[in-house]
Design a protein. Structure first.
Length: 349
């Protein structure tokens, strides 16, 4: 990327967009495409409604997550993420520590595309591909993966609509989406009576192409061009969508990843982001049709970028790097060095 950062737009609110036409046989309406693209260009965040992810699918997944997190710590640690070689499993409180930020008091369960144990990438030691590490909890994998598949399908349709807005073929993006390590995080914020919000802590952009988030409570905020935090309205019928680092690079800055954070509040809540990624070995570079001959970004290896950012955030991976068991990819970027940045870096994914 060049040293020049685009100036963020002084937006005052987050748009809400009806995307029911994404399911139409002829594809989304021109109005839907225009509204999606305008939101991605001017804000980087939007809420989509009538999105096609069923309420029953979400309720089943949410119930499965609650059952998992309600278990004793010792049981949850049986699927500790540090037991995995491809970053799948339980993330206890304190495992993630971000640049410039104190650890968030949250726990999580991380999973991705569930590839077989004999997958060539997994056998070759790919740090993000392979099978999920599943807890011994009846119905958990089925409920979670049904939700994963429905939200992933929505992400594919949105990416195709964004391509059409930009005047490029959907295959320009979706041709690199065959076995992507798109991560679904089941995040639990326990009740914390001592929670104290401090402005700026946790500001970050997301590493991947898109994020599709379903929270159970308000608290997400987005920073506009004046450095003001704009609250993302909570709607139980909506999925929050935001632009990530990879789509910023791919579009040569036409869409820009916007800094956001989760406010610290005392109430218990859950958050379910799907980080929609592209295939591990995809080299993401500005599309020629969007550069006018002058790319503003250097090419970025999608898998290595995601792994480098992840490895700098998780204690068990940092320990493996320090011991020499793992190494960061050559040219790994520091945490949160892309996007519509603020000087307040850190993270709360």
């Amino acid at each position: 990327m060049t040293d020049t950062q685009r100036t963020a737009v002084d937006f005052e609110s987050i748009p809400v967009i009806d995307v029911s036409s994404l399911a139409e046989p002829d594809g989304p309406s021109d109005e839907c495409i225009e509204r999606l693209g305008t939101a991605a260009r001017e804000v980087g965040f939007l809420l989509v409604v009538n999105h096609g992810v069923s309420d029953e699918t979400f309720r089943s997944m949410h119930h499965a997550a609650q059952r998992f997190f309600d278990q004793p710590e010792s049981v949850k640690r049986e699927v500790y993420i540090g037991n995995s070689t491809n970053h799948r499993g339980y993330v206890p409180i304190g495992e993630e520590v971000f640049a410039g930020a104190t650890p968030d008091l949250k726990e999580a369960y991380d999973l991705s595309i569930d590839l077989p144990a004999d997958h060539s990438g997994y056998l070759a030691g790919n740090p993000l591909l392979g099978p999920n590490q599943w807890p011994d909890l009846q119905g958990f994998p089925e409920a979670v993966m049904t939700y994963y598949d429905e939200v992933f399908g929505l992400g594919s349709k949105l990416l195709a609509a964004f391509a059409r807005y930009l005047g490029v073929e959907p295959a320009a993006f979706l041709g690199s989406v065959t076995e992507p390590p798109s991560q679904l995080r089941l995040i639990h914020y326990p009740y914390n009576p001592d929670a104290e919000d401090r402005p700026g802590i946790g500001a970050h952009t997301d590493y991947e192409a898109l994020t599709l988030l379903k929270p159970t409570a308000p608290g997400l905020e987005v920073m506009n061009g004046r450095g003001e935090w704009i609250e993302v309205p909570y709607r139980d019928d909506a999925i929050v969508v935001n632009i990530g680092d990879l789509l910023e690079v791919w579009t040569n800055g036409a869409f820009v990843a916007t800094s956001h954070r989760v406010r610290k509040v005392s109430e218990e809540r859950y958050s379910y982001p799907l980080f929609f990624n592209v295939d591990y070995d995809t080299v993401v570079a500005p599309l020629p049709a969007l550069t006018d001959g002058t790319p503003a970004y250097e090419p970025l290896h999608a898998g290595e970028h995601l792994f480098a950012q992840t490895a700098q955030s998780f204690a068990y991976l940092r320990q493996r790097i320090e011991s020499g068991e793992l190494a960061l990819p050559e040219g790994a970027r520091p945490l949160y060095s892309l996007g519509r940045e603020t000087s307040l870096v850190g993270g709360a994914r």
